[in-house]
Design a protein around this ligand. Structure first.
Ligand code: G6P
Length: 616
């Protein structure tokens, strides 16, 4: 995921831009660059492949000073990571643009612009924007007016920052599908793709909304909404600690990270959704071509990430019609695996450094596709600079931000979102998913952050239920279908942080063994969305009640389940069956959290466990 920083000020802004880029680095990048309107009145650019420190070194050797500038860290989608493909992109010597997102109609625009005599110097989709803007600017004369006209011709997702040597009084921004925030200073203003990049210069922010265009000057900000009308966006004071590596208002990192989920799920979706479809290029420049050849998917991961893979198997088979297997990396890496032709190797990892997952990837890559090996490798990962990402052919970064609590929470739900995007992309490219179904799920995904917020509002109810577990030594988690891995994740959370022995079973397996354990000392937790398995699940629950087991059921409001003797029902917001695993994970995270707090364990750093397991 790329990063954008921009500034217009009275002072030299180069160091501010570089510091901003550094703060965005954890998201992933392969090159960095900036363009500054220098004190001699010339637009000057520096670009480097690799870390922001490379760019910093280049600037140390050849300093650059000015009061207006834009900067970018790039995560390649169109065109290899190279200096010529790094942003900012120029049209002539006076106009510079940086861009997050993907322009879907870039080929058509490129042909059109070449016809008008524009010569392209990169392989990026972004370069069409800057030439198109230049073309419009020549006709219209004013940079802001020209930008408004330009974005009308762009299809896809973008967050844009623009400067011109001809009108150096302003920094322009446009947002559609990729976030942008304006940082408000005194006699100076800033722009970034994430407020994190600007925390060193201001604590007042103004968030652009979808379709907004902004003209940012040193002492004023003017915004137009998608319909061209001037609008005022509220400015908000940012309270220190809400996002930085401290707990802010929360008692533990885990609780803070649980509550961050609506926001980070939103981030994971940004720039990846078109109007009614997933933007397949989000997986990398060769994704569409590779996905068309996929006949089978092999998922490999550890721990919580493995559970995300288990959910994805249901989705891939049911929605995209692709045979899929999922296995824990520590087993997979030592198995003599027979690879089906056309198999995509998918690794899932929060850290991207888990030794077993990395080893599985390396083994998988040992043989090429023509030698009985995998078609290609895809990493779903939260750390852009990790080994897993560097060594995989394709990547989709989750945008969970740094996760500090050892028990994974927001990393899991963002992995699920990424895996849903993968499912929809494969179904789309292979033609196995009806367009209408994709459009519906894209709509549902857009609504997901709100649903997650509603589920988190039940925090207090779950805290009360946790009291039932405080003195218990064992617990059972039940689920059916794609909720079975959710039950597994719920049991893992409880084990990890409260040290209560917990097991998860597919509800239908209950009578094949675990029912023998059920008595009044064994609480049974169940997730029950309203789907075709609900009635069967209800019968399974009767089996528990008949043995005196206490039931805790997280159920769809329409599932008609009610509280009764030994049965505690928590009504969940309604959600489509496909996305239910993401929503139903939240109360289970909260439950384990509050049980652990009651038992007084070390929630954020449970005994014997590590956040990143880089040894076998
Ligand atoms: C450790 C962590 C877990 C995590 C697992 C896999 O066990 O404690 O929370 O799920 O590693 O880590 P990864 O970074 O590959 O997702």
């Amino acid at each position: 995921m790329c990063g954008i920083v921009g500034a217009v000020a009275e002072r030299n802004i180069t160091a501010i831009l570089v510091e901003g880029l550094k703060r965005l680095e954890y998201r992933g990048y392969d090159s960095a660059g900036l363009a500054v309107f220098n004190n001699a009145g010339v637009l000057e650019r520096r670009r480097r492949v690799g870390k922001v420190s490379e760019l910093e070194q280049a600037l140390a050797g050849e300093p650059l000073a000015g009061r207006l500038g834009i900067a970018h860290t790039r995560w390649a989608t169109h065109g290899a990571p190279s200096e010529r493909n790094a942003h900012p992109h120029f049209s002539g010597s006076d106009l510079a643009v940086v861009h997050n997102g993907i322009i879907e109609n870039h080929e058509a625009l490129r042909k059109q612009l070449q016809g008008l005599g524009y010569v392209f110097s990169s392989d990026t989709d972004t370069e069409v924007i800057v030439h198109l803007l230049d073309h419009k600017l020549k006709a219209l004369g004013d940079l802001t007016v020209a930008l408004k006209a330009t974005v009308k011709d762009l299809h896809g997702a973008y967050g844009l920052a623009v400067i011109s040597a001809k009108q150096p009084d302003r920094l322009l921004a446009a947002r559609s599908g990729s976030p942008l925030v304006i940082g408000l200073g005194l006699g100076e203003n800033f722009l970034a793709s994430d407020q994190l990049a600007l925390r060193q210069v201001t604590d007042r922010f103004m968030y652009l909304e979808e379709g907004d265009i902004a003209e940012i000057r040193r002492d004023s900000v003017q915004i137009w909404s998608v319909d061209g009308q001037p609008v005022v966006r509220e400015s908000v004071q940012y309270h220190e600690g809400a996002e930085a590596a401290d707990k802010g208002e929360y008692r533990h990192f885990m609780l803070k990270e649980i509550h961050e989920q609506p926001k980070v799920v939103q981030r994971t979706l940004e720039g990846r959704l078109g109007t009614d479809h997933v933007l397949v290029q989000a997986f990398g420049p060769q994704a569409a071509e590779l996905f068309a050849k996929v006949q089978n998917v092999q998922i490999v991961a550890c721990g919580t990430s493995f559970h995300a893979g288990m959910v994805a198997r249901y989705w891939l088979e049911e929605l995209a019609g692709i045979p899929s297997q999922v296995e824990v990396a520590s087993e997979f890496r030592y198995r003599k695996v027979v690879v089906q032709p056309g198999t995509l190797f998918v690794s899932i990892s929060q850290s991207g450094e888990t030794a077993d997952t990395l080893a599985a990837l390396r083994n998988g890559k040992a043989k090429g596709p023509d030698n009985g090996g995998y078609l290609a490798s895809l990493a779903i990962c939260n750390v852009g600079i990790s080994s897993l990402v560097r060594e995989s052919d394709l990547t989709l970064l989750t945008q969970a931000g740094p996760e500090i609590g050892v028990a994974s929470t927001k990393a899991f739900t963002t992995q699920l979102v990424a895996l849903m995007l993968l499912t929809l992309s494969l179904g789309q490219v292979r033609g196995t998913l009806a367009k209408g179904v994709e459009a519906e799920l894209v709509e549902e995904l857009r609504r997901l952050p709100t649903r997650l917020g509603e589920a988190l509002a039940m925090d207090g109810t779950v805290e009360k239920i946790a009291e039932l577990f405080a003195e218990k030594h064992h617990a059972l988690f039940l689920g059916r279908g794609a909720q079975y891995p959710v039950a597994m994740e719920g049991a893992l959370k409880l084990k990890e942080i409260s040290y209560i022995h917990a097991e998860a079973y597919p509800a239908g397996e209950l009578k094949h063994g675990p029912l023998a354990l059920v008595d009044a000392d064994m609480p049974v937790v169940t997730v029950a969305p309203n789907n075709e398995l609900l009635e069967k699940l209800k019968s399974n629950l009767q089996e528990v009640r008949a043995r005196g087991g206490e039931l805790i059921v997280f159920a769809d409001g329409e599932a008609n389940m009610s509280n009764g003797e030994g049965t505690h029902v928590v009504n969940m917001p309604h959600i489509s069956d496909a996305l239910a695993p993401i929503l139903y994970t939240l109360p289970l995270q909260l439950l384990s959290y509050y049980v652990a707090v009651l038992r007084g364990t070390d929630v954020d750093q449970p005994r014997n466990l590590a956040k990143s397991v880089t040894v076998e």
